[in-house]
Design a protein around this ligand. Structure first.
Ligand code: PEP
Length: 259
């Protein structure tokens, strides 16, 4: 069913120090290699904490591992007096392919708004990083039944300054906030409903070719047991996995959803 290469991505959040991170990544790759996983057929990416990235780069480059990685956030600025921030150019220098932009934990805990996220999108593109833009509604919005309109409004705001050429390289993760880390998973039909709406919106904002090129991920309490059913949906091109990506065996079986 896949027109686009599926992407299975693990968001480690603030878990795994630089020693634990290397061990986890090594275990994950060994497990997948043992299972003869075809990394060209299903792409694997991890989002470790910033302090792990140098170690991840050394491991991936040194052993030529077929795994992509990225930062969990980036500054809208390139350098300067921004204590505690990490710039896109630093991530690019460490070999990052991706960067998460607008994860719900950044939006809620750090108060990141759409205006800020537009500048973060621009920063990601400026340094050749592929943004994984996270959108999705909270429980009140879902209960009110306005989740599609809400999520598309977020999408439009965050893509305001993104050109069609840039958008063609984009990854979008639909993550209903009520399903993140709660054990509450959106059903495959819910994931499909939103991903189809996002793709239609991309076609309206850009064109059909761009809409067909963008990979749409679902995220929210994904486990080995529910991954395959969600990925069977037509417009779902991959998964963004939090908790279950911290266990190499569990994450490997999500990556191997077809087996
Ligand atoms: C996430 O952090 O993006 C996420 C989906 O988390 P979890 O899988 O733990 O719900």
């Amino acid at each position: 069913k896949f027109d686009r290469t599926p992407l299975i991505a693990g968001n480690w959040k603030m878990n795994m120090d630089h020693v634990q991170g290397i061990t986890l990544l090594q275990k994950l790759v060994w497990t997948l290699e043992d299972a003869k996983h075809n990394f060209e057929r299903v792409e694997v990416a991890v989002f470790p904490p910033f302090t792990d990235l140098r170690g991840v780069q050394t491991l991936v480059a040194g052993d030529d591992l077929p795994v992509a990685y990225g930062g969990q956030d980036l500054s809208p600025h390139d350098s300067g007096a921004y204590t505690g921030d990490i710039s896109g150019q630093f991530l690019a220098r460490l070999g990052c392919r991706y960067v998460l932009v607008g994860h719900s934990e950044r939006r809620t805990i750090h108060g990141e708004d759409d205006a800020l996220l537009s500048t973060k999108m621009a920063a990601a593109y400026r340094h050749g990083l592929v943004p994984v833009l996270c959108v999705g509604e909270g429980l009140e919005v879902r209960t009110a039944g306005t989740h599609v309109a809400h999520t598309l409004a977020q999408l439009r705001a965050n893509l305001e300054d993104v050109t069609a050429e840039q958008a063609a390289r984009l990854v979008i993760a639909y993550e209903p906030v009520w399903a993140i880390g709660t054990g509450e998973v959106a059903g495959p039909a819910d994931a499909q409903e939103m991903c189809a709406a996002i793709r239609a919106e991309l076609e309206a904002l850009y064109d059909a070719g761009t809409a067909a090129a963008v990979r749409l991920l679902y995220g929210g309490s994904v486990k080995a047991g529910n991954a395959a059913a969600i990925l069977r949906e037509r417009d779902v091109d991959g998964l963004l996995v939090g908790g279950a990506s911290l266990d190499a065996a569990e994450f490997a079986s999500i990556v191997r959803f077809e087996h």
